[in-house]
Design a protein around this ligand. Structure first.
Ligand code: OAD
Length: 248
């Protein structure tokens, strides 16, 4: 791991435009469970039953009770960890331009990154399915499930459910960022979900180096990534930044 951390520090120092693509794995050290793998949400619940738009339309109370209430309890309290803070340092060093995140937890913005593309929307807001009024999730009263708008419409997370399209602006800006970067850091994503997992492919096809930081191999590892640094995102990013600072 040490040799690869040094290599990544050199590659980052040489790069002009760096973009990060992040997934649930960057927030596990903040106490937010991932979706897949050990301890993942989808081990305990079926995403087609609780995270598909058809399931929500069929039975919003069920989806609120099983998934949304639990997420609200965790995300309301979560704080950025060393990995989020590392990406802020990279931005301050003038290296990182954009974070494309599949996460809906808002932790990149809370840490201080200034250009964050929320590929799957966010959990900070709930919106009324009738009149489109927005409510801050932290302030939503969940004594009645599903919570309702003043107009009596049902509130839904401002996040993307399975079966819904990616917000067009987020998709377009992400594709552009992937084409424009010369180094993409892919951190804590299983790369199982499309079209997010295409962003490193676009970056590579446009000539960028793709560096993965993950606890395990993914199907980007063999054909898309230059190399994979196996480890916890917080520890790896802290190590890379320490190397970069030493070399300055
Ligand atoms: P996953 O849960 O699929 O993958 C998380 C990845 O992070 C796994 O490969 C883990 O090995 C890795 N990981 C876990 N802890 C880590 C750590 N401390 N440091 C580094 N890596 C770690 O999460 P995503 O790829 O983000 O979509 O999932 C993609 C989408 O699937 C989500 O945005 C969500 C979900 O269904 C929607 O809700 C639409």
């Amino acid at each position: 791991m040490e040799a690869l951390i040094k290599q990544a520090a050199t590659d980052l120092a040489d790069a002009k435009t760096v973009v990060a693509l992040t997934g649930a794995g960057i927030s596990t050290e903040s106490g937010i469970p991932p979706f897949r793998g050990k301890g993942g949400l989808w081990e305990r619940m079926d995403p087609m039953e609780v995270a598909h738009i058809d399931a929500f339309m069929r039975d919003p109370a069920k989806v609120w009770n099983i998934l949304v209430k639990e997420m609200k309890g965790i995300v309301d309290k979560a704080l950025p960890n060393d990995a989020h803070k590392g990406l802020v340092k990279l931005e301050k060093m003038g290296k990182l331009s954009t974070v494309i995140t599949q996460n809906v937890d808002g932790l990149h913005q809370l840490a201080g990154n200034t250009d964050v593309i929320e590929f799957h929307g966010n959990f900070a807001w709930q919106r009324c399915m009738e009149c489109n009024r927005y409510y801050e999730t932290r302030k939503v009263d969940i004594s009645r499930i599903p919570p309702r708008c003043e107009c009596n419409g049902i509130l839904r997370p401002n996040a993307v459910f399975f079966g819904e399209i990616i917000p067009p602006d987020a998709l377009g800006r992400s594709q552009q960022a992937a084409r424009d970067c010369d180094l993409m850091l892919v951190i804590g994503t299983s790369a199982e979900v499309q079209p997010a997992a295409l962003m490193p492919v676009i970056a590579k096809k446009s000539g960028a180096k793709v560096i993965e930081i993950n606890m395990e191999r993914t199907h980007l590892t063999d054909d898309v990534s230059e190399y994979l640094i196996v480890g916890k995102a917080g520890q790896v990013l802290t190590g890379i930044i320490a190397q970069m600072e030493k070399a300055r």
